[in-house]
Design a protein around this ligand. Structure first.
Ligand SMILES: C[C@H](O)[C@@H](O)CC(=O)C(=O)O
Ligand SMILES: [Mg+2]
Length: 391
Protein backbone atom coordinates (compact mmCIF):
# COMPACT_ATOMS: atom_id res chain seq x y z
CA UNK A 1 0.00 0.00 0.00
CA UNK A 2 1.62 3.22 -1.13
CA UNK A 3 1.38 6.22 1.15
CA UNK A 4 2.54 7.95 4.28
CA UNK A 5 3.08 11.55 5.22
CA UNK A 6 6.55 12.78 4.38
CA UNK A 7 7.84 13.95 7.73
CA UNK A 8 11.54 14.37 7.06
CA UNK A 9 13.71 15.73 4.28
CA UNK A 10 17.44 16.04 4.78
CA UNK A 11 20.14 16.82 2.26
CA UNK A 12 23.87 16.09 2.42
CA UNK A 13 26.79 17.57 0.53
CA UNK A 14 28.78 14.47 -0.43
CA UNK A 15 32.06 14.93 -2.31
CA UNK A 16 34.72 12.55 -3.57
CA UNK A 17 38.15 14.14 -4.06
CA UNK A 18 38.50 12.80 -7.61
CA UNK A 19 40.35 15.91 -8.78
CA UNK A 20 43.39 14.69 -6.85
CA UNK A 21 43.86 11.95 -9.45
CA UNK A 22 42.42 13.92 -12.35
CA UNK A 23 39.62 11.35 -12.63
CA UNK A 24 36.70 12.41 -14.78
CA UNK A 25 38.46 15.49 -16.12
CA UNK A 26 37.91 16.73 -19.63
CA UNK A 27 38.77 19.69 -21.84
CA UNK A 28 36.46 22.00 -19.85
CA UNK A 29 36.25 20.49 -16.37
CA UNK A 30 39.87 20.17 -15.42
CA UNK A 31 39.58 19.57 -11.64
CA UNK A 32 36.26 17.82 -10.98
CA UNK A 33 35.51 16.54 -7.50
CA UNK A 34 32.69 14.14 -8.30
CA UNK A 35 29.91 15.00 -5.87
CA UNK A 36 26.26 14.59 -5.06
CA UNK A 37 23.55 16.53 -3.34
CA UNK A 38 22.01 13.58 -1.53
CA UNK A 39 18.41 13.80 -0.37
CA UNK A 40 16.77 11.49 2.16
CA UNK A 41 13.00 11.38 2.63
CA UNK A 42 11.27 9.78 5.59
CA UNK A 43 7.61 9.04 6.16
CA UNK A 44 5.52 8.50 9.26
CA UNK A 45 4.51 4.99 8.16
CA UNK A 46 6.99 3.22 10.43
CA UNK A 47 7.97 0.64 7.80
CA UNK A 48 11.62 1.73 7.87
CA UNK A 49 11.57 2.62 4.17
CA UNK A 50 13.26 5.82 3.11
CA UNK A 51 13.55 7.50 -0.26
CA UNK A 52 17.02 8.43 -1.46
CA UNK A 53 17.67 10.86 -4.28
CA UNK A 54 20.80 12.28 -5.80
CA UNK A 55 21.85 14.77 -8.35
CA UNK A 56 25.35 14.83 -9.74
CA UNK A 57 27.46 17.91 -9.06
CA UNK A 58 31.10 18.94 -8.99
CA UNK A 59 32.67 20.08 -5.69
CA UNK A 60 31.65 23.61 -4.69
CA UNK A 61 28.64 23.47 -7.00
CA UNK A 62 27.10 21.11 -4.46
CA UNK A 63 26.74 23.93 -1.91
CA UNK A 64 24.44 25.82 -4.24
CA UNK A 65 22.33 22.78 -5.07
CA UNK A 66 21.99 21.87 -1.37
CA UNK A 67 20.57 25.38 -0.72
CA UNK A 68 18.14 24.91 -3.60
CA UNK A 69 16.98 21.55 -2.21
CA UNK A 70 16.27 23.20 1.15
CA UNK A 71 14.34 25.94 -0.61
CA UNK A 72 12.15 23.30 -2.30
CA UNK A 73 11.61 21.21 0.83
CA UNK A 74 8.32 22.83 1.85
CA UNK A 75 6.66 21.42 -1.29
CA UNK A 76 7.38 17.89 -0.11
CA UNK A 77 7.13 18.01 3.67
CA UNK A 78 3.78 17.01 5.15
CA UNK A 79 2.54 15.73 1.78
CA UNK A 80 1.21 12.21 1.57
CA UNK A 81 3.13 10.03 -0.87
CA UNK A 82 -0.16 8.67 -2.16
CA UNK A 83 -1.30 12.17 -3.11
CA UNK A 84 2.04 12.94 -4.76
CA UNK A 85 2.10 9.88 -6.98
CA UNK A 86 -1.66 10.06 -7.52
CA UNK A 87 -1.07 13.31 -9.39
CA UNK A 88 2.63 13.18 -10.12
CA UNK A 89 2.33 15.54 -13.08
CA UNK A 90 0.65 18.14 -10.86
CA UNK A 91 3.29 17.67 -8.19
CA UNK A 92 6.10 17.97 -10.74
CA UNK A 93 4.60 21.22 -11.98
CA UNK A 94 4.19 22.49 -8.43
CA UNK A 95 7.92 22.08 -7.84
CA UNK A 96 9.01 23.51 -11.16
CA UNK A 97 6.54 26.41 -10.96
CA UNK A 98 7.41 27.68 -7.49
CA UNK A 99 6.65 31.36 -7.98
CA UNK A 100 9.85 32.52 -6.32
CA UNK A 101 12.31 29.83 -7.29
CA UNK A 102 11.41 29.61 -10.97
CA UNK A 103 12.94 33.05 -11.50
CA UNK A 104 16.39 31.53 -11.02
CA UNK A 105 15.52 28.73 -13.48
CA UNK A 106 13.06 28.08 -14.81
CA UNK A 107 13.67 24.37 -15.14
CA UNK A 108 17.39 24.80 -15.54
CA UNK A 109 20.54 25.25 -13.49
CA UNK A 110 20.88 24.63 -9.76
CA UNK A 111 17.19 24.79 -9.03
CA UNK A 112 16.45 22.08 -11.61
CA UNK A 113 19.26 19.87 -10.32
CA UNK A 114 17.67 20.23 -6.89
CA UNK A 115 14.30 19.23 -8.35
CA UNK A 116 15.96 16.13 -9.77
CA UNK A 117 17.45 15.18 -6.40
CA UNK A 118 14.14 15.63 -4.56
CA UNK A 119 12.02 13.82 -7.15
CA UNK A 120 14.55 11.01 -7.58
CA UNK A 121 14.04 10.41 -3.83
CA UNK A 122 10.25 10.38 -4.28
CA UNK A 123 10.54 7.83 -7.12
CA UNK A 124 12.89 5.69 -5.02
CA UNK A 125 10.45 5.73 -2.10
CA UNK A 126 7.50 4.90 -4.32
CA UNK A 127 9.31 1.97 -5.98
CA UNK A 128 10.43 0.68 -2.58
CA UNK A 129 6.91 0.82 -1.18
CA UNK A 130 5.74 -1.11 -4.26
CA UNK A 131 8.57 -3.62 -3.67
CA UNK A 132 9.88 -3.20 -7.23
CA UNK A 133 12.98 -1.89 -8.92
CA UNK A 134 12.11 1.41 -10.56
CA UNK A 135 12.36 0.08 -14.11
CA UNK A 136 9.74 -2.57 -13.23
CA UNK A 137 7.45 0.02 -11.65
CA UNK A 138 7.61 1.95 -14.94
CA UNK A 139 7.25 -1.12 -17.15
CA UNK A 140 4.21 -2.26 -15.18
CA UNK A 141 2.54 1.07 -15.91
CA UNK A 142 2.72 0.16 -19.59
CA UNK A 143 2.29 -3.14 -21.36
CA UNK A 144 4.79 -5.92 -20.78
CA UNK A 145 7.02 -7.34 -23.44
CA UNK A 146 9.22 -10.38 -22.81
CA UNK A 147 12.67 -9.46 -23.97
CA UNK A 148 16.31 -10.24 -23.70
CA UNK A 149 18.03 -7.43 -21.86
CA UNK A 150 21.43 -6.71 -23.20
CA UNK A 151 22.81 -3.21 -22.92
CA UNK A 152 26.19 -2.60 -24.38
CA UNK A 153 28.29 0.16 -22.81
CA UNK A 154 31.56 1.83 -23.48
CA UNK A 155 34.69 2.01 -21.37
CA UNK A 156 38.41 2.63 -21.78
CA UNK A 157 41.00 0.74 -23.71
CA UNK A 158 42.16 -1.97 -21.27
CA UNK A 159 38.54 -3.11 -20.97
CA UNK A 160 38.81 -4.94 -24.31
CA UNK A 161 39.58 -8.16 -22.50
CA UNK A 162 36.36 -7.84 -20.51
CA UNK A 163 34.40 -7.78 -23.73
CA UNK A 164 33.83 -4.04 -24.19
CA UNK A 165 33.25 -3.12 -27.80
CA UNK A 166 32.57 0.63 -27.57
CA UNK A 167 34.96 3.25 -26.28
CA UNK A 168 34.99 6.97 -25.74
CA UNK A 169 37.88 9.39 -25.85
CA UNK A 170 37.97 12.98 -24.62
CA UNK A 171 39.06 15.51 -27.22
CA UNK A 172 39.05 19.25 -27.71
CA UNK A 173 41.97 20.74 -25.83
CA UNK A 174 44.89 20.10 -28.21
CA UNK A 175 44.48 18.80 -31.74
CA UNK A 176 47.87 17.15 -32.07
CA UNK A 177 47.39 15.39 -28.75
CA UNK A 178 43.90 14.30 -29.84
CA UNK A 179 45.31 12.84 -33.07
CA UNK A 180 47.98 10.98 -31.13
CA UNK A 181 45.53 9.51 -28.59
CA UNK A 182 42.84 8.69 -31.14
CA UNK A 183 45.40 6.89 -33.32
CA UNK A 184 46.62 4.92 -30.32
CA UNK A 185 43.13 3.89 -29.31
CA UNK A 186 41.99 3.05 -32.84
CA UNK A 187 45.11 0.89 -33.29
CA UNK A 188 44.39 -0.88 -30.02
CA UNK A 189 40.72 -1.55 -30.61
CA UNK A 190 40.94 -2.27 -34.34
CA UNK A 191 38.66 -1.08 -37.15
CA UNK A 192 35.48 -2.91 -36.13
CA UNK A 193 34.96 -1.62 -32.59
CA UNK A 194 33.11 1.63 -32.05
CA UNK A 195 34.94 4.79 -31.04
CA UNK A 196 33.19 7.92 -29.77
CA UNK A 197 34.64 11.34 -29.07
CA UNK A 198 33.60 13.88 -26.43
CA UNK A 199 34.58 17.58 -26.62
CA UNK A 200 32.63 18.76 -23.56
CA UNK A 201 31.53 22.01 -25.27
CA UNK A 202 35.05 23.18 -25.96
CA UNK A 203 34.53 24.53 -29.50
CA UNK A 204 32.56 27.14 -31.38
CA UNK A 205 30.67 25.90 -34.42
CA UNK A 206 33.22 26.32 -37.26
CA UNK A 207 35.97 25.06 -34.95
CA UNK A 208 33.96 21.91 -34.20
CA UNK A 209 33.55 21.13 -37.90
CA UNK A 210 37.18 21.84 -38.68
CA UNK A 211 38.53 19.87 -35.70
CA UNK A 212 36.32 16.87 -36.41
CA UNK A 213 37.33 16.87 -40.06
CA UNK A 214 40.86 16.28 -38.80
CA UNK A 215 39.73 13.45 -36.51
CA UNK A 216 37.45 11.82 -39.08
CA UNK A 217 40.15 9.37 -40.16
CA UNK A 218 39.69 7.60 -36.82
CA UNK A 219 36.08 6.86 -37.75
CA UNK A 220 34.23 8.11 -34.67
CA UNK A 221 30.58 7.16 -34.40
CA UNK A 222 29.84 10.49 -32.79
CA UNK A 223 31.18 13.73 -31.48
CA UNK A 224 29.62 14.48 -28.13
CA UNK A 225 28.91 18.03 -26.93
CA UNK A 226 30.87 19.69 -29.75
CA UNK A 227 29.75 23.15 -28.65
CA UNK A 228 27.61 25.01 -26.11
CA UNK A 229 24.64 22.88 -25.01
CA UNK A 230 22.40 25.91 -25.56
CA UNK A 231 23.33 26.34 -29.22
CA UNK A 232 20.61 24.35 -30.94
CA UNK A 233 21.17 25.79 -34.40
CA UNK A 234 24.92 25.43 -33.92
CA UNK A 235 24.43 21.72 -33.26
CA UNK A 236 22.28 21.52 -36.39
CA UNK A 237 25.02 23.15 -38.47
CA UNK A 238 27.63 20.78 -37.08
CA UNK A 239 25.38 17.76 -37.68
CA UNK A 240 24.81 18.76 -41.29
CA UNK A 241 28.51 19.30 -41.92
CA UNK A 242 29.55 16.00 -40.34
CA UNK A 243 27.00 13.73 -42.01
CA UNK A 244 29.17 13.33 -45.15
CA UNK A 245 32.03 12.27 -42.88
CA UNK A 246 29.86 9.60 -41.27
CA UNK A 247 30.05 11.28 -37.86
CA UNK A 248 26.93 11.86 -35.76
CA UNK A 249 26.36 14.47 -33.08
CA UNK A 250 25.51 13.35 -29.54
CA UNK A 251 24.43 15.63 -26.76
CA UNK A 252 22.26 15.89 -23.65
CA UNK A 253 24.31 15.53 -20.49
CA UNK A 254 24.01 19.30 -19.94
CA UNK A 255 20.73 19.83 -21.77
CA UNK A 256 18.57 21.98 -19.50
CA UNK A 257 15.19 20.41 -20.01
CA UNK A 258 12.69 18.68 -22.32
CA UNK A 259 12.05 21.90 -24.24
CA UNK A 260 15.65 22.13 -25.41
CA UNK A 261 15.61 18.42 -26.27
CA UNK A 262 12.47 19.01 -28.32
CA UNK A 263 14.17 21.77 -30.27
CA UNK A 264 17.33 19.72 -30.81
CA UNK A 265 15.14 16.96 -32.24
CA UNK A 266 13.07 19.31 -34.38
CA UNK A 267 16.18 21.01 -35.74
CA UNK A 268 17.78 17.65 -36.62
CA UNK A 269 20.67 18.78 -34.48
CA UNK A 270 21.60 15.41 -33.01
CA UNK A 271 21.80 11.76 -34.06
CA UNK A 272 22.22 10.35 -30.55
CA UNK A 273 20.32 11.63 -27.54
CA UNK A 274 21.97 11.45 -24.14
CA UNK A 275 19.51 11.70 -21.28
CA UNK A 276 20.90 12.25 -17.80
CA UNK A 277 19.04 10.88 -14.78
CA UNK A 278 20.08 13.72 -12.50
CA UNK A 279 20.00 16.83 -14.70
CA UNK A 280 16.43 16.70 -15.95
CA UNK A 281 13.57 16.85 -13.48
CA UNK A 282 13.98 13.20 -12.51
CA UNK A 283 12.06 10.27 -13.98
CA UNK A 284 9.09 12.46 -14.94
CA UNK A 285 10.93 14.67 -17.37
CA UNK A 286 13.15 11.87 -18.68
CA UNK A 287 10.05 9.89 -19.63
CA UNK A 288 8.88 12.75 -21.82
CA UNK A 289 12.27 12.86 -23.53
CA UNK A 290 12.26 9.08 -24.13
CA UNK A 291 8.88 9.42 -25.83
CA UNK A 292 10.03 12.33 -27.98
CA UNK A 293 13.16 10.43 -29.03
CA UNK A 294 10.96 7.52 -30.05
CA UNK A 295 8.78 9.85 -32.11
CA UNK A 296 11.82 11.28 -33.91
CA UNK A 297 13.44 7.83 -34.19
CA UNK A 298 16.59 9.00 -32.50
CA UNK A 299 18.40 6.42 -30.33
CA UNK A 300 18.78 7.25 -26.64
CA UNK A 301 22.28 6.59 -25.33
CA UNK A 302 22.32 7.89 -21.74
CA UNK A 303 25.08 9.81 -20.11
CA UNK A 304 26.32 8.03 -16.99
CA UNK A 305 29.39 7.85 -14.78
CA UNK A 306 29.54 10.69 -12.27
CA UNK A 307 28.24 9.74 -8.85
CA UNK A 308 25.44 7.21 -9.16
CA UNK A 309 24.43 8.11 -12.71
CA UNK A 310 24.94 4.51 -13.88
CA UNK A 311 22.91 3.22 -10.92
CA UNK A 312 19.96 5.45 -11.77
CA UNK A 313 19.96 5.60 -15.53
CA UNK A 314 20.04 1.83 -16.00
CA UNK A 315 16.41 1.82 -14.83
CA UNK A 316 15.44 4.38 -17.46
CA UNK A 317 17.22 2.71 -20.35
CA UNK A 318 15.82 -0.71 -19.47
CA UNK A 319 12.36 0.83 -19.43
CA UNK A 320 13.09 2.48 -22.78
CA UNK A 321 14.09 -0.86 -24.27
CA UNK A 322 11.13 -2.81 -22.90
CA UNK A 323 8.35 -0.30 -23.25
CA UNK A 324 9.31 2.51 -25.61
CA UNK A 325 11.98 1.95 -28.27
CA UNK A 326 12.03 -1.88 -28.20
CA UNK A 327 15.32 -1.70 -30.02
CA UNK A 328 19.04 -1.97 -29.33
CA UNK A 329 20.00 -0.60 -32.73
CA UNK A 330 22.61 2.12 -32.31
CA UNK A 331 21.84 2.15 -28.61
CA UNK A 332 24.18 1.95 -25.68
CA UNK A 333 24.42 3.24 -22.15
CA UNK A 334 27.61 4.82 -20.87
CA UNK A 335 29.48 3.02 -18.13
CA UNK A 336 32.35 4.25 -16.01
CA UNK A 337 33.82 1.93 -13.39
CA UNK A 338 34.00 4.53 -10.69
CA UNK A 339 32.51 5.15 -7.19
CA UNK A 340 30.01 2.28 -7.38
CA UNK A 341 31.36 0.92 -4.10
CA UNK A 342 29.64 3.79 -2.27
CA UNK A 343 26.17 2.60 -3.27
CA UNK A 344 24.09 0.09 -1.41
CA UNK A 345 22.79 -1.42 -4.66
CA UNK A 346 25.61 -0.88 -7.14
CA UNK A 347 25.23 -1.67 -10.83
CA UNK A 348 26.07 -5.20 -11.87
CA UNK A 349 27.96 -5.49 -15.15
CA UNK A 350 28.46 -8.86 -16.82
CA UNK A 351 30.22 -9.33 -20.14
CA UNK A 352 30.14 -5.59 -20.76
CA UNK A 353 26.38 -5.42 -20.20
CA UNK A 354 24.22 -3.93 -17.46
CA UNK A 355 22.25 -6.55 -15.56
CA UNK A 356 18.70 -5.43 -14.71
CA UNK A 357 18.59 -4.46 -11.02
CA UNK A 358 16.38 -6.66 -8.84
CA UNK A 359 16.21 -4.68 -5.60
CA UNK A 360 13.20 -2.48 -4.97
CA UNK A 361 13.71 1.22 -5.56
CA UNK A 362 15.79 3.42 -7.84
CA UNK A 363 19.28 2.21 -6.72
CA UNK A 364 19.88 5.69 -5.28
CA UNK A 365 20.82 4.79 -1.73
CA UNK A 366 24.41 5.38 -0.68
CA UNK A 367 26.21 3.54 2.09
CA UNK A 368 25.89 5.41 5.40
CA UNK A 369 29.59 5.08 6.04
CA UNK A 370 30.48 6.54 2.62
CA UNK A 371 28.19 9.50 3.15
CA UNK A 372 29.64 10.19 6.58
CA UNK A 373 33.23 10.00 5.40
CA UNK A 374 32.69 12.15 2.32
CA UNK A 375 30.34 14.74 3.70
CA UNK A 376 31.81 18.18 3.06
CA UNK A 377 33.54 19.69 5.03
CA UNK A 378 33.22 17.62 8.21
CA UNK A 379 33.57 14.04 6.91
CA UNK A 380 36.89 12.30 7.73
CA UNK A 381 38.13 12.38 4.14
CA UNK A 382 37.66 16.15 3.88
CA UNK A 383 38.86 16.93 7.40
CA UNK A 384 42.18 15.27 6.52
CA UNK A 385 42.46 16.87 3.09
CA UNK A 386 41.59 20.34 4.30
CA UNK A 387 44.03 20.03 7.22
CA UNK A 388 46.78 18.95 4.80
CA UNK A 389 46.04 22.04 2.71
CA UNK A 390 46.28 24.20 5.83
CA UNK A 391 42.56 25.10 5.90
C1 LIG B 1 33.21 16.31 -15.79
C2 LIG B 1 32.65 14.97 -16.24
O1 LIG B 1 33.51 13.93 -15.83
C3 LIG B 1 32.42 14.88 -17.75
O2 LIG B 1 33.68 14.90 -18.41
C4 LIG B 1 31.66 13.61 -18.07
C5 LIG B 1 31.34 13.40 -19.51
O3 LIG B 1 31.40 14.28 -20.36
C6 LIG B 1 30.84 12.08 -19.97
O4 LIG B 1 30.81 11.14 -19.18
O5 LIG B 1 30.44 11.99 -21.12
MG1 LIG C 1 30.21 13.77 -22.16
Amino acid sequence: MVGGRICGLSVRDVRFPTSLGGHGSDAMHTDPDYSAAYVILETDVGDGLKGYGITFTLGRGTEVVVCAVNALAHHVLSKDLRDIVGDFRGFYRQLTSDGQLRWIGPEKGAVHLATAAVLNAVWDLWAKQEGKPLWKLLVDMKYCRKVKLVKKKELCTEALKDGWTRFKVKVGADLQDDIRRCRLIRDMIGPEKILMMDANQRWDVPEAVEWMSKLAEFKPLWIEEPTSPDDILGHATISKALVPLGIGVATGEQCHNRVIFKQLLQAKALQFLQIDSCRLGSVNENLSVLLMAKKFEIPVCPHAGGVGLCELVQHLIIFDFISVSASLKNRMCEYVDHLHEHFRYPVIIKKASYMPPKDAGYSTEMKTDSVQKHQYPDGDVWKKLLAAQGN
